[in-house]
Design a protein around this ligand. Structure first.
Ligand code: IMP
Ligand code: MG
Length: 185
């Protein structure tokens, strides 16, 4: 285990098994429909790459890049969209993917922006749901695991752009962010 990780919450095997279940469920739910899986960069990268391999039906992959985190472990509250997908979303069923649903501001802002651009059937899938922190009214349609109010990293989740490459999800040691010296990301 990495020295900055206090506790592993979900192992690589547990994540793989849960994603296989989600993939099977999504395959059933969207049977035969024209599906676009769109991941939020950068946190949703691992999820989309593992999830698409558990969905055998025909689908497209897209990316969108919001940014709300400045420094530290608290969201700044304003969500900018840095990169928009160039594809035409009209008439397609969209499944938006992210690593974690926290206050809900990012998912809400991104869903609204995509709706404004013509997507009319948007559902959401997150690997983790930190329900206790919700600030806006939004729930994900597919959730991997619920987590308590810890700052977690690994499997796409970062702190100041680090730790995304850990194959498991773990609680980051407080000493790593005490004093708030995180670099701007
Ligand atoms: P929200 O807008 O507050 O729901 O924040 C969602 C975004 O915040 C996610 O896409 C993550 O990038 C980030 N985030 C929220 N909680 C955590 C965490 O515990 N670890 C790492 N990133 C997090
Ligand atoms: Mg993120």
């Amino acid at each position: 285990m990495h020295e900055d990780i206090k506790e592993v919450l979900y192992t690589e095997e547990a994540i793989r098994a849960r994603i296989a279940e989600l993939g099977a469920q999504i395959t059933r739910d969207y049977a035969g429909d024209r599906l676009v899986l769109m991941a939020m960069l950068k946190g949703g990268l691992m999820l989309i790459s593992d999830l698409v391999r558990c969905i055998p039906s025909k689908l497209e992959i897209e990316f969108i890049q919001p940014s709300s985190y400045g420094a530290g472990t608290e969201s700044s509250g304003t969500v900018d969209i840095k990169l928009f997908p160039s594809c035409d979303l009209r008439g397609k069923r969209l499944l938006l993917l992210d690593d974690i649903l926290d206050t809900g501001r990012t998912l809400k802002r991104v869903s609204d922006a995509l709706r404004d651009r013509g997507a009319d059937d948007i559902r959401t899938c997150v690997l983790l749901d930190k329900k206790a922190r919700r600030a806006v009214e939004i729930e994900a349609d597919y959730v991997g695991f619920e987590v308590d109010d810890h700052f977690v990293v690994g499997y796409g989740l970062d702190f100041a752009d680090h730790y995304r490459n850990l194959p498991y999800i773990g609680v980051l040691h407080e000493r790593c962010y005490a004093g708030g010296q995180a670099e701007q990301i």
